[in-house]
Structure formats: C-alpha cells, structure tokens
Design a protein around this ligand. Structure first.
Ligand code: SF4
Length: 309
C-alpha cells in the first residue's frame, strides 16, 4: 500500500517482557512440569507452552485431587498464597517457584515489616488478580481495595495505615485512591508506590510517546493488567488512535492513513518476537516505507524501585 511519506515507527523504551516473566518462561521450558495457572497473561506464550506439551492447570484447585495427579508443579511469576505453598509441600508436591523476585524480595517483606511495626495494610489492586491473591496472604491486618467504593466499605481501623499497590497498577489509579483515602478516611496515611521498575518504565515511556506520535499500537494480551493499563494511558492522549492488539494479524492498514509517526508499546508479558511480528507486518503492508527506531532498555536488573508518595 503506497504512502506519500515513510511511516516512522518508534518502539517504546522497555517494551516487552520483563526479567520476571523471562525467568518464569525459562523455568517453565527447563522444568517442563505442569503450571499452576497461565504462566503469563499472553495467549501466544501460553499456546507455545501448551504446544511444547506443558500442561496448564487450574491455579486454585483441590490440592488432594492434585496430589493424586502430579508430583511437581511450577508456580507462576504472579506468586502463590503462602498457605497454599505449605499445603503443596504437605501433600508431597514439589513446586518450582517462578514468583518474581520483586514480589519475593520487596513486596512480601514490606507487608511483613509494616505489620511488625503495627500498621494495617491497604493493598491497592485487583482482588481477583493472582498477584494480589498471593500478596495478601503475607499479611493478617490487610485489606484489598480497587475503587472508591472499596475505600468507603473499609471497616473502622485504628492505629497507623499504609497503602501499597499491585506492581502493575497504573500510577494515576494508585495516586487517585491514595488521595481519596487521605481525604475521606486516613489523613495521615503512609503510601508506598510498589510498582516494579519495568512497569514504571513502560508506563512513563508510553505516556511520553503518546503525547507526540499520531497513533499508538499497544501489543499484548487483553487479560494482561499491565498491557491494558498501557492502552488506557495512551488513550488519554490518543483516544481515537490507540489500538490494543494481541496479534500482528489484527492490524488494519486503514489505521495509518494520515499517520506519520507511530508508537509501539508492549506489556511485560509480551515477548520480543511478538513485537517483531508487528514490525514485520508493518513492513509487509508498506514495503520500503517503514523506518523503525528503538531505544535501549535499561531496566534489566531486579531492584527495589518502590518510592513513598
Ligand atoms: S511485571 Fe514486575 S512484578 Fe511482574 S513479573 Fe515483571 S518485573 Fe516482576
């Protein structure tokens, strides 16, 4: 399809899989044992593992029944509740733990440390997400909230309170709920932004790009919380020109009429080869008229990126 001028494509800094997801995929491919739940919220990755003969089991199921079926399982990067890990061991099921180091080293320890100091923890995140289900198991005085209604429904709490968040939540949502809690319930609420570094980098990169390109493609699974958040961030600046796709085949060339600069963002569960498929599809659609720019990744190390807000 001829164009009047080349389409400049800018791939957002840090787009694609993070160290936590890459390590989980490596472990799953190495161990080749059944996985407790989808390894990542990306249908392509899950289909590739299934094609390699690796079963994906129900994440939360009757463990006595499970013990009769398997001897070893893999726990996904999202983590698994502390009590259920113990229950697996009690039933003689060995687990290979791909829980992300960010959760193991920093999120769970913060929950435990704040509790030791007498705080009640308000964990801001999706109550049905595997990461939150696992994280809340590390506290006893802990409440999960995901909306203003959840804040209003909290029981009376005395003593100090601290808000922590899901590693993949949108910054704007966490800050909004912290402001609401401070205004309506806990004026001296302490709040620690526990988003991980790859998520922070991706959110910042998409926000920066979406402000000056003409259209954005966000690549990744529709079930992926962090990919969906990237699409929402982009939509703030490009409400009619943000396209969330989970496959290169969904690209419609009509999207790029009067588009000179196209940004690409991708969530932490989107493999690099899926981003490359998107680039190849654009080259097929506009042969010789695509200029692709990439910026270096600089968040490949697991580190505590939390900060007080
Ligand atoms: S998104 Fe963050 S917390 Fe989740 S696996 Fe990746 S690095 Fe770990």
């Amino acid at each position: 399809m001829p164009r009047n001028r080349p389409l400049e494509v800018i791939v957002a800094r840090s787009a694609g899989t993070c160290f936590g997801v890459e390590a989980a995929i490596d472990m799953a491919e190495r161990e080749k044992k059944p996985i407790l739940g989808p390894l990542v919220h990306n249908p392509l990755v899950v289909a590739n593992l299934a094609a390699a003969g690796i079963p994906i089991l129900e994440r939360y199921q009757d463990l006595d029944t499970l013990a009769g079926q398997v001897e070893e399982v893999v726990i996904t990067a999202h983590g698994y509740p502390k009590q259920l890990k113990a229950a697996l061991q009690e039933r003689g099921i060995t687990y290979h733990d791909a829980t992300c180091p960010v959760l193991l080293k920093w999120v769970y320890s913060k929950i435990e440390r704040f509790e030791e100091m007498g705080y009640t923890i308000l964990l801001v995140g999706n109550p049905n997400h595997a990461e939150i289900i696992a994280s809340r198991s590390y506290g006893t005085h802990i409440h999960v909230i995901y909306s203003e209604d959840d804040c209003d429904a909290l029981p009376p709490i005395s003593g100090p309170t601290v808000a922590l968040c899901q590693t993949t939540i949108a910054r704007e949502k966490f800050e909004r709920l912290v402001d609401y809690l401070r205004e309506h319930r806990f004026s001296d609420l302490k709040a620690v932004d526990t988003r991980c570094k790859p998520v922070k980098s991706q959110q910042e990169a998409v926000e920066n790009l979406a402000q000056w390109v003409d259209a954005m493609l966000i690549v990744g699974g529709f079930e992926s919380s962090n990919t969906t958040n990237l699409a929402r961030i982009s939509e703030r600046y490009l409400p009619h020109r943000t396209y969330h796709i989970d496959s290169a085949a969904s690209i419609d060339p009509a999207w790029f009429e009067r588009v000179n600069n196209l940004g690409i963002g991708a969530g932490t569960s989107t493999p690099q080869h899926q981003i490359q498929q998107v680039e190849r599809r654009l080259e097929e659609l506009f042969p010789g008229q695509i200029l692709i720019h990439r910026t270096a990744r600089h968040d490949d190390e697991a580190e505590d990126a939390s900060s007080e807000i």
